[in-house]
Design a protein around this ligand. Structure first.
Ligand code: NAD
Length: 367
């Protein structure tokens, strides 16, 4: 059987720096665990624009459609801020998400004990936190028609439309229930069924899908209450399923419970391919961080944790994903810190590649 295939799109700014550490980890799995991947690399974002005049070529898009998973670093930077909207680096990312039809965005919010002091919440509220937000990514108010700004009675009116079909709600719900089955079998669906018809439909469809997942405990919550509960008692949740707009806000809120942007991975999944694997792209939540680019200061953990998600969700290597996450937990517990994780007590931060070194050493020690 051929090796699973990975397309690496490191992108701009710190993207290539953090991805270099992921490449070392991928190499480790080949050398030490006999887990080999067919890795190819290509350009996205400003790097693709510089070479080809577009943020993603048709050839790269076609490759992304063929591989088992895409790993993306970050896109964007000040050099591209004034480009025409159609060729801005972010357009490359949006094209990948749209054409691969990646409808389920997985955003874990996990608090490593060693970093619990970094949260803006009290330590006991976040220590041990491990929740997963599944956000519908390809529909809802960001895409609904009609939209635009027009004149009515001599006044400008801005319009966006929240629109969901039951099929769109259902496929995301199945992804969320599947996720709950792999975790603690608890799913909380969040909408605003009290004031939005799309919310009523959302609640109905999620309840219908629940019939196929009797082992999962399903609850419903209004999204505004969900925001409150996330900061009041976040550990009450296991998996949260919500729409594109609420998910955008709630996942950022949940992310900040855990401290630094440099720690946050994500996955975006689509429908299963012929080989049964879902279409998938894995990427850190952070951007290209132009303020620290080229200085070996970037924290590579978000990108490495994104690869751990690929191991778990694309390659059925849950145990190896846990090994990698445990290695990261271990180095943090031992005090390894990049600059973004330094507390007021100070100390000497590790460089990007030094953080890679200690994680590789912890992986070796796990054998
Ligand atoms: P950013 O995430 O790049 O940076 C925000 C702050 O967090 C910066 O101070 C940065 O130094 C720090 N930071 C981010 N990641 C870090 C890491 N791994 N280690 C240490 N520190 C880290 O957000 P921004 O500054 O708003 O945007 C910069 C560029 O990135 C813009 O062009 C923006 O459009 C783009 N962007 C891209 C993505 C993406 O590729 N998915 C996401 C967000 C922003």
């Amino acid at each position: 059987m051929s090796n699973p295939s990975l397309l690496i799109l490191a992108g701009d700014g710190i993207g290539p720096e953090v991805m270099d550490q992921v490449k070392r980890i991928i190499g480790w799995y080949g050398d030490k665990r006999g887990l080999n991947f067919d890795v190819s690399e290509d350009l996205v974002g400003g790097a693709a624009y510089d070479k080809h005049g577009v943020p993603l070529t048709d050839e790269t898009m076609a490759k992304a459609q063929e591989v088992d998973a895409v790993l993306l670093g970050a896109v964007g930077g000040p050099a591209y801020d004034n480009l025409d909207f159609s060729v801005k680096p972010e357009r490359g990312l949006l094209r990948l998400r749209k054409e691969m039809d990646l409808f389920a965005n997985l955003r874990p919010a996990q608090c490593f004990d060693a970093l619990a002091d970094f949260s803006s919440l009290k330590k006991d509220i976040v220590a041990g936190l491990d929740i997963m937000i599944v956000r519908e990514l390809t529909s809802g108010v960001y895409f609904g028609e009609p939209r635009g700004i027009h004149i009515e009675d001599n006044m400008r009116v801005g319009i966006n439309t929240q629109r969901y079909t039951e099929a769109e709600i259902e496929r995301g719900a199945r992804a969320a229930f599947d996720m709950a089955m792999k975790r603690n079998k608890k799913l909380c669906s969040m909408e605003k069924a009290n004031v939005m018809e799309s919310g009523i439909l959302w609640r109905d469809v999620v309840t219908e899908v629940h019939a196929d997942y009797p082992e999962v405990e399903l609850t419903h919550m209004y999204a505004d209450n969900g925001a409150m509960q996330l900061v009041r008692a976040p550990k009450q949740f296991d998996v949260i399923y919500t729409d594109n707009l609420f998910g955008d806000i709630l996942s950022d809120c949940a992310a900040m419970l855990t401290g630094s942007l440099g720690m946050l991975p994500s996955a975006s999944l689509g429908s299963p391919m012929a080989n049964g694997r879902p279409k998938a792209m894995y990427e850190p939540v952070h951007g290209s961080a132009p303020d620290i680019t080229g200085q070996e200061k970037a924290n590579p953990i978000a990108c490495i944790l994104s690869f751990a998600m690929a191991l778990r969700y694309s390659f059925d290597q849950g145990e190896e994903a846990t090994r990698l996450e445990a290695a990261i937990e271990k180095v943090l517990a031992d005090g390894a810190r990049t600059g973004d994780l330094m507390g007021p007590e100070g100390g000497t931060p590790l460089s990007t590649s030094q953080m890679g070194d200690v994680i590789l050493a912890a992986l070796d020690a796990s054998l």
